[in-house]
Design a protein around this ligand. Structure first.
Ligand code: AMP
Ligand code: MG
Length: 502
């Protein structure tokens, strides 16, 4: 299983200085591998700003040599590319072996401030983990991950980031023939709950994986004792619970629906990962599901915190033997930490809601939040537009009506909200400006994403480039972007479905 196939892959110096601590320290979780041949590589989009932050040479990346690396057709000199092994619970059912079926970890970049990031390719060809899949990816879904992950980053939400998308010139068979593509992305790491679910079933791997993850993401815990009270593995679990509670709260605040919250798509770092059939809410609806494969609504918008907690329970199960040699004590210890999820989530959510309502730093009464959510749900308010309209209300005393709750029904709530602002000593104008700094005006609206990806797939990248520019500048209004702030026509929203990122 570990032999490198004889792909005609070259080496390149366009990317240098990749390190391989993952392979060196927990190499049993990886298979050395290389990308497939790329018939006709063409760079569709490169994230210059990100490349520079990573210390990469933009001109070198744009050269033929650089594009070959970004497409998986050339290996950076000195790199040890691998396909990573992991397991995972998918829609509740356990798969003992998933792994990178169409991805490669090229290696790790270390920035000047000593931050380590994985450089990873998606759609680079079959691997020993491909199972029934072809190992490839296509232009639409890869540009979709690029766009949405960069939008999430611009919103201040922890996420993997997109470095490039290269069209490969390969014909890929999906519902018809689609143009092939490779996404290059960077992440704090690609360690997932599923990585632990795989490691715990292998002899002698778990402790080294946990220590590797701690050193990489929670180094302050590395000094804690291995055993007994206050041991590092229980603290590690608590740190991941905290990071993930904070993350899912941010998703809920911004109206993001991940779509495939399987344990293999739940990171140890607390970054959002694997943008497949994800979408942003237009109208507020806890039961919103966009993914065509989520037929039972397991990953519906409002279920996300509960599903996250379920995934963290699967993570806890993998750590039991490290936490305490007595199984009952181990279960009691991780259960207490797992139970703290609700409080942690609630605290992040209400803190975020306070900021969205111009009450940053003050306590917002839960009924005030809940009643707004109820009104938003009842009247199908546009989740993004609602908070901008509320800020306008503070400025001018008149909410714009588009996508908002009808004024006569909102009025009693507005009065309570104004009272809360008054009690917290907030000046309405200042509160409105503060709200506009945290409530986006521009999100990747499904109808616009759809149109941009359709155009890109048939060769016109202009709508994608514009939309990318818009969603990576989410807060400050620009006249020429008026159409991007509007909700989709209802006829679009009612039938819109996303398809798994294949
Ligand atoms: P995802 O839904 O992208 O998180 O992928 C779930 C699993 O399916 C991972 O193990 C992927 O590597 C694998 N996978 C998805 N698409 C393909 C494909 N076209 N070929 C091979 N493996 C795939
Ligand atoms: Mg995945």
């Amino acid at each position: 299983m570990t032999a490198i196939p004889d792909f005609p892959v070259g080496t390149s110096t366009a990317v240098s200085g990749l390190e391989s601590t993952f392979v060196d320290e927990v190499g049993a979780l990886a298979v050395p591998w290389q990308g497939a041949e790329v018939p006709d590589p063409r760079l569709l989009v490169l994230n210059d700003e990100l490349a520079r932050t990573l210390g990469l040479d933009v001109a070198a990346l744009r050269s033929d040599d650089g594009v070959a690396v970004l497409a998986g057709a050339a290996v950076p000199a000195g790199a040890k590319p691998v396909a990573m092994a992991y397991a995972g619970h998918q829609f509740g059912g356990f798969s003992p072996l998933l792994g990178d079926g169409r991805a490669l970890l090229l290696g790790e970049l270390v920035s000047d401030d000593a931050r380590r990031t994985d450089l990873h390719l998606k759609g680079s060809g079959p691997t020993p983990f491909s199972r029934g899949g072809d190992g490839f990816a296509v232009v639409g879904p890869m540009l979709r991950e690029y766009l949405v992950s960069e939008a999430m980053h611009a919103l201040g939400i922890p996420t993997t980031r997109a470095l490039s998308v290269v069209a490969t010139g390969r014909k890929v068979y999906r519902n018809g023939i689609e143009p092939g593509a490779v996404l290059a992305r960077v992440a704090a790491s690609h360690l997932r709950v599923g990585t632990f679910e795989f490691a715990v079933r292998q002899r002698g791997l778990l402790r080294s994986l946990a220590d590797y993850a701690i050193a990489r993401h929670y180094p302050e815990l590395a000094e804690l004792p291995e055993e007994g009270e206050g041991n590092r593995y229980l603290a590690f679990f608590a740190a991941v619970v905290e990071a993930q509670a904070a993350l899912v709260a941010q998703w809920m605040l911004v109206g993001f629906v991940h779509g495939v919250m399987n344990t293999d798509n739940t990171t140890i770092s607390g970054e959002t990962i694997d943008y497949g059939p994800c979408a942003f809410l237009d109208t507020f609806d806890p039961s919103a599901v966009f993914s065509s494969i989520d037929q039972s609504g397991r990953y519906a918008f409002g279920n996300q915190p509960a599903v996250l907690k379920w995934n963290l329970a699967r993570f806890a199960e993998t750590l039991l033997t490290l936490v305490d040699s007595n199984p009952n004590d181990a279960i009691a210890a991780v259960t207490a930490v797992l139970d703290s999820f609700d409080e942690r989530y609630e605290s992040h959510f209400t803190t975020g809601m306070a900021a969205k309502l111009g009450l940053a730093g003050a306590t917002v009464e839960r009924p005030l939040v809940d009643d707004l959510l109820t009104l938003a749900g009842e009247y199908g308010a546009d989740w993004t537009g609602l908070f901008r309209a509320l800020a306008d209300e503070l400025r001018s005393g008149a909410t714009s009506s588009e996508g908002a709750v009808p004024r006569e029904h909102l009025a009693p709530w507005l009065e309570r909200w104004r009272a809360a602002l008054g009690a917290a000593g907030r000046d309405p104008r200042e509160a409105a400006d503060a709200m506009d700094r945290v409530n986006p005006l521009y999100i990747p609206r499904n109808h616009q994403v759809d149109a941009a990806l359709r155009a890109a797939t048939s060769g016109d990248l202009a709508p994608f480039d514009t939309l990318l520019e818009v969603v990576t500048h989410p807060f400050a209004p620009r006249d020429e972007w008026a159409e991007f702030a509007s909700p989709a026509p209802r006829s679009f929203s009612e039938t819109f479905r996303t398809f798994c990122g294949t």
